[in-house]
Design a protein around this ligand. Structure first.
Ligand code: SF4
Length: 248
């Protein structure tokens, strides 16, 4: 499918409702404070993802990049319908599947993405792939550096992903980084995601059909069987369920 076939939902471009008046009043300021976030989160709890994304991109502009693992491109599809120059950050750990890197290229070409690929610093060499602090040096610290001077960041995090994410707000406060974190898909189920991909005929990560339902780095990801949890293949045998990006 080519870009010209995509349609822009009017509801996404012109949200019929506006968030908390405090947030609306600060459109030209620094954005809402930490204390205002719960009110905004409550406002958006039942709103469509398109409205959440539109609010964030209009309020924060380039101060709110979309951080994407490229397991799918649902949030990219939603965000680029609203702002086709939204900055998309991909953390290239150096250990991704070749299929993931190919998918990044495909999606970048399809959408003409304003893509920023972040690589680890030299400090990562001390921690080989899969070691205890590998994620910290290949994901967390590079993201921290990429988010310096930003006001907010947006992710495709879903509550159904892990127990630790079960109460993730649609709009929250990232205490570690001291900034707003926007999770427009927080309330979505795995079926919601698949339905959006199908309805909008989105490209699908090439490993999905081979049993990789949650896809991270190649040394620490395996496919899952039909009776396993979607994320059972991440860091298998280690007891880990998170890389640290979403622990704030
Ligand atoms: S997911 Fe695995 S290989 Fe990738 S950064 Fe984390 S520990 Fe390292």
């Amino acid at each position: 499918m080519v870009l010209a076939e995509r349609t822009r939902p009017e509801s996404a471009l012109h949200p019929t409702v506006q968030p908390d008046p405090l947030a609306r009043a600060r459109l030209s300021g620094d954005g809402p404070s930490e204390a205002e976030i719960p009110t905004i989160a409550a406002w958006f709890e039942d709103r469509p993802a398109e409205e959440v994304v539109a609010w964030a991109l209009r309020l924060f502009g380039s101060g709110c990049p979309l951080v994407c693992s490229f397991q799918n491109c649902v949030l990219i599809d939603i965000a680029t319908r609203i702002d086709d120059q939204v900055e998309v950050i991909f953390l290239d750990t150096g250990s991704h599947f070749v299929e993931t890197l190919a998918f990044v290229q495909d999606v970048q070409a399809r959408y003409g993405l304003n893509l920023k690929v972040i690589t680890p610093g030299a400090d990562a060499d001390t921690w080989p792939c899969g070691s205890e602090r590998c994620c910290e040096f290949r994901k967390v610290l590079p993201l921290d550096r990429a988010l310096t001077d930003r006001t907010a960041w947006m992710t495709g995090l879903k509550r159904v992903d892990t127990p630790a994410r079960a109460h993730a707000p649609v709009v929250g406060w990232d205490t570690t980084r001291g900034m707003i974190k926007v999770n427009p898909l927080a309330r979505w189920s795995h079926d919601d995601l698949a339905r959006y991909e199908s309805d909008h005929r989105l490209p699908v990560h090439p490993l999905r059909g081979r049993g990789y339902l949650s896809i991270g780095c190649s040394p620490t990801t395996r496919p899952v069987t039909p009776d396993e949890d979607v994320r059972a293949g991440r860091w298998p045998g280690s007891g880990r369920t998170e890389c640290g990006l979403h622990t704030a």
